[in-house]
Design a protein around this ligand. Sequence first.
Ligand code: NAD
Length: 384
Amino acid sequence: LKIAIPTEIMEGEDRVSATPETVSSMIEEGAEVLVQAGAGEGSFFSDQKYQAAGAEILTDVEKLFAAADLILKVKEPQFNQELDKHEVDLMHAGQYLITFIHPASPGNHQMVKKLAEKGIISLTLDSIPRISKAQAMDTLSSMSTVAGYKGVLMAADILPKFMPMITTGVGMIKPANALVLGTGVAGLQAAATAKRLGAVVHAADIRPEASEQAQSVGSKPLDLEIPEAEAVGEGGYAKELSEKLLEKERGIIAEQIEKFDFLILSALIPGKVAPILITEAMVKKMEPGSVIVDIAIDQGGNCEITEPGKIVKKHGVTIIGTKNIPGMLPKSSTWMFSKNIYKFISHVIEAGKIEIESDDEILSSTLVTDGEKIVHQGALEAMN
Ligand code: NAD
């Protein structure tokens, strides 16, 4: 089985899908691994290290794609400006692709159709179910951990004041006040990071379990007064709130918003557009110099005036809509991502062959194109 590790071509993407350590594990299990020259540079892994781990280094990306049975990537296939060709056009029928595809996202529908036209068997990492059996493969949780941590550092960098309490010769400076909305994986890490930096952290989630976890890392609860039956659905996941309940939630946040120096927004319902929790009117109420980090931007954002991919100042408040925050911490992101994807392929590969069993929950939820057919439920619903 030949596994290819290409260089990521999306602008600013420094992650890579395998490290010398995971390459060596794949080789031990009988695979041949081909790595594109320079693929690990952004994450500080040299070609020499991959070579020492047993990989073959190829400079020609077209040859790399042509030779592989399985391609492992971080980002969905993109248009390669240098070659003037789409990455999907470098692939051939019967080949396997494992990466983040985000197949339900309208911007990716054309690419997913292209994968099917080409007869590629593609699996998307963003649909790995959050079940204990798949925990070690959960790339989304790993990346959310990075986003929560780095999101707080970005806020700290822009805030015009100290994060911790500081005693000076002329008196005491109070610590910054933070509010984290949505304390799932990203929000919980954000709350813990802000606490470690010395901020006074308030946190709110509609799921009581998530609120308790936020308190366990030192944050004070902000009660959103949403009945549990309206907030928690099947499997313990958050439910989409009615517009009336969202309005009530916004009202509760608005009453206190002036006191927060920065907001970390990470509220999300799996597979849905992010709920709007912060309106423009609420931003206007914040102190000038405050900061909002809208981590949920990939699903539209929790603040109605965040601009995707941009850092803007509106009504005196800096609003961060940076996408791909994990890419800003490539070494740790790659370390987690490569281990997650390795665990995933270990689940897929049996005795040197790729086995896709339809009764396997992990595989059936992640399969996007099965040769010429698009089979991903979320993608099919979004395309119709
Ligand atoms: P998660 O599902 O673990 O957490 C989301 C939390 O939001 C849940 O605890 C849920 O109960 C809560 N929630 C839902 N509706 C709410 C509401 N109305 N009010 C308060 N809380 C509510 O998700 P996650 O893995 O932590 O991801 C959170 C966000 O971070 C996602 O939008 C994800 O795409 C984003 N993310 C962004 C980047 C980036 O680079 N920008 C990277 C990784 C993750």
